[in-house]
Design a protein around this ligand. Structure first.
Ligand code: NDP
Ligand code: 8X3
Length: 253
């Protein structure tokens, strides 16, 4: 039987690569994000290339009413969500905490923590009803360590780690799996967003070593969600070989 994955933040980076990989494997896809033109373009590409069923839902994960409206609009068939990939997220700014921009803090906390909770809260009843489902949260090495000037972003990813553990505990009686996939540096639009479109500064993050690619993480997510029912991967930390931790990178050039 065909399975369905709902991906938040499917318009770029890890979310987009994951959409492509699951489409290649014949899954039905619910693709979400804020940028409608990108959702439309991705849907067209995947339908044409892989003849899969794709539904797009445009919403901002920070807007709980929009999340609830979008999820409650799902038809009976689309309500059978087998995998929820909580991927939408971002970093904003890079400064000592005492110099931090409060607006940036709000955006990160609202997106990475509250947005993940809102989407999970909307999807969990559908999974509980079917006693089946798998929630995969995208954490980060930044959820396991704190690096200089990464303060609030790192804290949001630490929160994702806590929420992942709490979900696993509370959803245990409902037979719903919960996993975290936690990458180190992945070359996506992440740094461009963090540095407000400063492409040079963003590119510098990935210079002099081979960062992970979005598809590396997509493959890990696919592995996590294709284990037999009795196997759950709780936590998968994936780093570029050239990155030992958040602060030690082997840059060559
Ligand atoms: P990208 O910037 O390439 O993609 C981020 C995605 O999140 C976009 O599709 C964006 O869509 C979506 N998004 C952001 N804010 C919102 C919002 N408010 N509502 C809905 N969707 C939103 O970055 P990545 O692919 O790298 O990031 C994906 C996840 O991976 C994030 O959670 C990030 O923290 C995490 N991560 C990234 C790492 C990296 O080095 N790149 C390493 C470790 C973890 P749109 O703008 O259209 O809404
Ligand atoms: C993104 C990885 O180390 O740039 O979560 O914060 S890092």
């Amino acid at each position: 039987m065909k399975k369905t994955i709902l991906i938040t933040g499917a318009t770029a980076g890890i979310g987009r690569a994951t959409a492509e990989l699951y489409a290649k494997n014949g899954w039905s896809l619910i693709l979400t994000g804020r940028r409608l033109n990108r959702l439309d373009e991705l849907k067209e590409t995947l339908v044409k290339e892989f003849s899969v069923d794709v539904l797009t839902l445009q919403f901002d994960v920070r807007d709980n009413d929009a999340v609830k409206t979008a999820i409650s609009s799902l038809s009976e068939d689309w309500r059978k969500v087998d995998v929820l990939l909580n991927n939408a997220g971002l970093a904003k700014g890079f400064s000592d905490i005492q110099d931090g921009n409060v607006d940036d803090w709000e955006v990160m906390i609202d997106t990475n923590i509250k947005g993940l909770l809102y989407v999970s809260k909307a999807i969990m009843p559908l999974m509980i009803e079917r006693k089946s489902g798998h929630i995969v949260n995208i954490g980060s090495i930044a959820g396991k360590e704190v690096y200089a000037k990464g303060n609030v972003y790192c804290s949001t990813k630490h929160a994702v780690e806590g929420i992942t553990k709490a979900l696993r505990l509370d959803l245990l009686p409902h037979k719903i799996k919960v996993s975290a996939v936690c990458p180190g540096a992945v070359d996506t639009e992440f740094s461009t967003v963090r540095f407000d479109g400063d492409k040079k500064r963003a590119d510098d993050v990935y210079n002099g070593y081979q960062p992970l690619l979005a598809n590396d993480i997509a493959e890990a997510i696919f592995f996590v969600t294709s284990r037999p029912f009795h196997v759950n991967i709780n936590d998968l930390l994936i780093m570029p070989t050239a990155q030992a931790n958040t602060s030690n990178l082997l840059r060559e050039e």
